[in-house]
Structures are given as structure tokens and as C-alpha cells.
Design a protein. Structure first.
Length: 269
């Protein structure tokens, strides 16, 4: 059994390490926020334009041309496109985050997992800044936000953040040794986009395929975002169970693989 002084010393070391990691994560997130649109004329507006322009094109193609019969289809699209953009952009930018910082990894000793996580938190900040714009669309369509948003938004943000962190730790570490992975991610995300209820609500999926679609952890997550914004419905733990299980598993596997591979980062880079 450890001596009380030994336990206190060990706890102090852990707390100090967590504090340094947190401070570094904030520093890198702020740095990426400053650099991302540093030399652009529109700056942060680009974070809004991507889901809005994509939503406009999809709305015209699917509602006006294909004529999908869904009430308030513009909201059905936007309420899923905004969180999807956070997910997609984070994966695309985080995949090469280790290999793109080869000089830093070779010269400075620091927790390497902070690099992909900073990309995720950076895009999370952009996503949070876009929520007021989404709220304007909701209000303009005759829907009234309720206090459930105060609870629902943090819950879903934490869940999507956990899911992203696990996946980016895995992808960014593997990409150091398999550089084709970041290119495969682009193809995979395009396929995942159509396999997830984003351009269509889950209610449109035939019953025989619904269980298959729900195996995708993003399916229940995107539906939860949609239900929150359009129906003021709090996320259901039962409906989000697949996403919760996948998120916990992704964090555990991602962290384990990252820890195992990071000792070889410097040599591979």
C-alpha cells in the first residue's frame, strides 16, 4: 500500500501534468483560430458559408428538382449540416496534424495527442459560433427555441466531441505511417455523408433498413441535433446508446493506439 505522502506526490504530478496539457490545448486552439483565416477577407464567415451554401444547393436539387416531400426541408438540412460540418472538417484537418508538425515533434517534448485534439476543439469553437445563425433560421421558420436547448446543446456537443477525439487520435497516429489514409478519409467521409440521415430524416428510411442505418453512430447523433432544434426534444439516452458506446470505445481504442505508436513518430517523420 502506498504511503500517504507518496500518493499525494503522485496526485500532484498528475494534476500538474493535466494542467500543462490543458494550457497547451488552449494555446494551440487559439493559435489555430488566429491562423486559419488570417489572410482572408471574409475570415470567420467562411465557417458559415460552407454549410449554408451546401444547404442551398442540396435544397434546390432535392426539394425543387427531385421534389422530396418533407415539411421545412431547409431546417431538416441545416440542423444536421452544421454539426456534420464540424465532424467532417475536424477529421480532414486532424488526420495529417501529426505529420504536418514533424519539426515540432522532433525538437520539442510535449503531449503529442494535443495536436489532433486542438484541431477538433478549434472546429468546435467555430461550430458554437454558428449556432446563433442556426437559431435565426429556426425562429424565421416559425419554431420557438425552448430552455431544453440549454441542456441539449452541451450534452450533444460533449458526445460529438468525445466521438471525434477518439477517431482523430486513431486516424492521426496511423496517418504518420500510412500517408494514404488522409486521402482515403475524404472518400470515406463522402460515403458516410449519404449513409447518415443528413439530406433526409430518419423517418424516410424504410423500416427494413432502419436498424442498419442506426448502426452508424452518427445517425442517432444527427437525428438528436435535428430533434433538439426543430422539436425542442432533449436527447434520449436510449436512442443515443449506439453513439455513446461507439464514442467510449473510440476514445479507449484511439488513445491506446496513439500511445503505442507515438514512440515511433519521430523516426517515421
Amino acid at each position: 500500500m502506498k504511503h500517504p505522502e507518496t500518493r499525494e506526490r503522485w496526485l500532484a504530478i498528475v494534476v500538474a501534468e493535466l494542467r500543462r496539457t490543458w494550457e497547451l490545448l488552449i494555446l494551440l486552439t487559439v493559435r489555430e483560430l488566429k491562423l486559419r483565416y488570417q489572410d482572408t477577407a471574409l475570415g470567420f464567415v467562411w465557417s458559415l458559408l460552407k454549410p449554408l451554401l451546401l444547404g442551398a444547393v442540396l435544397y434546390f436539387a432535392l426539394q425543387r428538382v427531385v421534389r422530396i416531400r418533407v415539411d421545412d426541408y431547409h431546417l431538416v438540412l441545416l440542423t444536421a449540416l452544421f454539426p456534420w460540418t464540424w465532424f467532417q472538417t475536424s477529421l480532414l484537418l486532424a488526420a495529417p496534424s501529426i505529420s504536418n508538425n514533424a519539426n515540432l515533434i522532433k525538437k520539442v517534448r510535449f503531449p503529442r495527442y494535443v495536436l489532433p485534439l486542438a484541431t477538433v476543439t478549434n472546429n468546435m469553437v467555430h461550430f458554437l459560433f454558428t449556432l446563433p445563425v442556426l437559431a435565426v433560421f429556426v425562429l424565421g421558420s416559425g419554431y420557438n427555441p425552448s430552455p431544453t436547448w440549454i441542456v441539449g446543446i452541451p450534452v450533444l456537443v460533449v458526445l460529438e466531441l468525445a466521438l471525434l477525439m477518439g477517431v482523430v487520435l486513431l486516424i492521426s497516429s496511423l496517418n504518420v505511417f500510412l500517408r494514404d489514409l488522409e486521402h482515403l478519409m475524404d472518400v470515406f467521409l463522402n460515403l458516410l455523408f449519404y449513409a447518415t440521415p443528413i439530406i433526409y430524416p430518419l423517418s424516410m428510411v424504410p423500416d427494413k433498413y432502419e436498424k442498419l442505418v442506426l448502426l452508424n453512430p452518427l445517425a442517432s447523433l444527427m437525428e438528436a441535433w435535428r430533434d433538439l432544434f426543430m422539436n425542442n426534444a432533449l436527447p434520449s439516452p436510449i436512442d443515443l446508446f449506439p453513439c455513446q458506446v461507439f464514442s467510449v470505445t473510440a476514445v479507449a481504442v484511439g488513445l491506446a493506439v496513439f500511445r503505442r505508436l507515438e514512440r515511433g513518430f519521430a523516426d517515421a517523420l
